[in-house]
Ligand binder design. Structure first.
Ligand code: FAD
Length: 463
């Protein structure tokens, strides 16, 4: 298989040496890993189609990978593949990027383009258009991976997740057939929304090769504020007011004093506010002119917070400094051990109750474990990180996911199901829904070639 794949992509892009393969077979958290027979790195849609056909002929399974920043193990091979060889299909070389279609406010990006490169491309073009999604893994996460996981991030409160930005995709199915829906038509009611089906399918239905993206107006003036609050309940109330009264609102991020202490210890940053608070809310507004500052400043003033309970930055290094307190949480937690990362959404009115219940629940099932929480508050999305239990022990995962589902929430807000949460899919999806998803998978990929073991449970679901 390696020899025939070399003829398609060139010898430099078929990796068989264990030392070269390992970075692709271990995920970002180090919790998920599995063996691959080889890594193949095509650079075009036709080459992806040829690779898929050759792997199907050889009876090999394919695991699709973009930037390998997914946190649920979907982009790395399974620990056990039942004797079937696994080929890791790296999409990073599909990195073409069209000029901005200024009339439509759209751009077409290769699946391997990183989010940071897309943002740069739009800034360089100076067309007045920007991309509505941003997240901390921007330097590595790819547009294909973000589409496949329907990634969310820090601007969902204003622009929605990836699904809302996608006007169409090009993808290769398990048969090697290519679907191309890149016209970017705003209105096009000609049958099933195949692009929509592929978004969020986590590489199980097809390999996304290009994405037609909707853009949003560039909003050059940004103002960021970090507020010290008593608790989650106060933060939820405040965000509700912000969403009603501050139309320029783009981000509402929450974190807590224990996480902030870790960030300060590990990064050398000093504390952002003069005293300690029960919860910290990072908010950001963006607009075309200075009016955005007045809008946010007025809102913050009306809150009547103590003088030492807020820090404000209008763009530049000050803004990056405030964001560092939030964005460095992920790396700091990973430096402490292999985290159990539980990304859940709750109805906003139950978020505060969940935040306190989850701490007690983890303490009960994993005494001594460290819990660090942060999240995208306006979306009801908390990232519960637990450090201490061994990677293979999923007791804490079970407790947290059941608690979230039991309170009316989702076991995956934005990272997807991957391999990590397959066991719990039935907490959120009915047997009828899982069977419908399985029917779609079986009809598009009857041999189970693409991402085996990701997203769908192997047999009849149990509650
Ligand atoms: C520091 C950090 C911060 C993060 N913040 C956020 C956040 O705010 N919001 C959020 O949603 N996520 C976040 N993530 C998770 C991650 O960045 C996203 O899930 C992202 O969408 C993954 O993109 P990727 O290219 O790395 O995909 P990978 O990790 O390579 O793959 C993810 C899944 O998509 C599939 N896939 C990848 N490329 C393709 C393709 N071309 N076609 C079909 N399937 C494909 C894979 O098989 C896998 O199932 C964060 C991760 C890190 C490390």
């Amino acid at each position: 298989l390696a020899a025939v794949l070399e003829r398609v992509v060139g010898p430099a892009h078929v990796l068989v040496e264990p030392a070269l393969i390992t970075p692709y077979t271990v995920d970002w958290t180090r919790r998920w890993q599995g063996p691959a027979a080889l890594v193949v790195r095509p650079a075009t849609t036709d080459a992806v189609a040829a690779v898929i056909r050759l792997c199907a002929d050889a009876g090999a399974g394919l695991v699709v990978q973009g930037g390998n920043t997914g946190l649920v193990g979907g982009g790395v091979p399974p620990r056990e593949s039942g004797g079937r060889p696994i080929v890791l299909l790296s999409m990073r070389r599909l990195d073409d990027l069209s000029p901005v279609d200024e009339a439509a406010g759209q751009v077409t990006a290769g699946a391997g383009i990183t989010l940071a490169r897309l943002h740069e491309h739009l800034a360089e073009g100076a067309t007045g258009w920007a991309f509505g999604v941003d997240l901390a893994a921007r330097d590595s996460a790819t547009i294909g991976g973000m589409a496949a996981t329907n990634a969310g991030g820090i601007h969902v409160v204003r622009y929605g997740a990836m699904r809302e930005q996608i006007a169409g995709v090009e993808a290769v199915l398990a048969t090697g057939a290519v679907l191309t829906r890149l016209q970017g038509l705003t209105k096009d009611n000609t049958g099933f929304d195949l692009s929509g089906l592929l978004v969020g399918s986590e590489g199980t239905l097809g390999v996304i090769t290009r994405v037609r993206l909707r853009l949003v107006p560039m909003r050059p003036v940004r103002v960021t504020a970090l507020l010290g609050l008593n608790d989650t309940g106060q933060a939820v109330d405040l965000v509700s007011g912000l969403r009603r009264e501050v139309p320029s609102l783009e981000a509402t991020e929450i974190f807590y004093p224990d996480g902030l202490d870790l960030v300060c210890q590990h990064s050398g940053l000093g504390p952002p506010l003069a005293r300690r608070f029960g919860a910290y809310l990072l908010i950001e507004s963006a607009g075309p002119d200075e009016g955005v500052m007045e809008e946010l400043a007025e809102f913050v003033f009306r809150l009547g917070l103590d003088d030492d309970a807020s820090a404000v930055a209008a763009g530049g290094p000050g803004r990056m400094h405030l964001w560092a307190y939030r964005e460095r949480h992920t790396e700091v937690v990973s430096a402490l051990g292999v985290p159990h990362k539980l990304d859940v959404t709750l109805p906003l009115k139950r978020l505060a109750a969940f935040e306190s219940a989850v701490r007690s629940r983890v303490a009960a099932v994993a005494p001594g474990a460290m819990v660090v929480i942060w999240g995208h508050l306006g979306d009801g999305n908390l990232h519960v990180n637990v450090i201490g239990p061994p990677p293979e022990d999923d007791t804490v995962d079970d407790a947290v996911l059941r608690l979230a589902a039991g309170m009316g929430g989702s076991i995956s807000a934005e990272h997807g199901i991957g391999r990590a949460k397959v066991r719990w899919l039935s907490l959120n999806r009915s047997p009828a829904e899982i069977e419908a998803m399985r029917a779609i998978k079986t009809s598009l990929d009857p041999a189970g070639l693409l991402n085996p073991g990701v997203l769908l449970p192997p047999s009849a679901p149990t509650r």
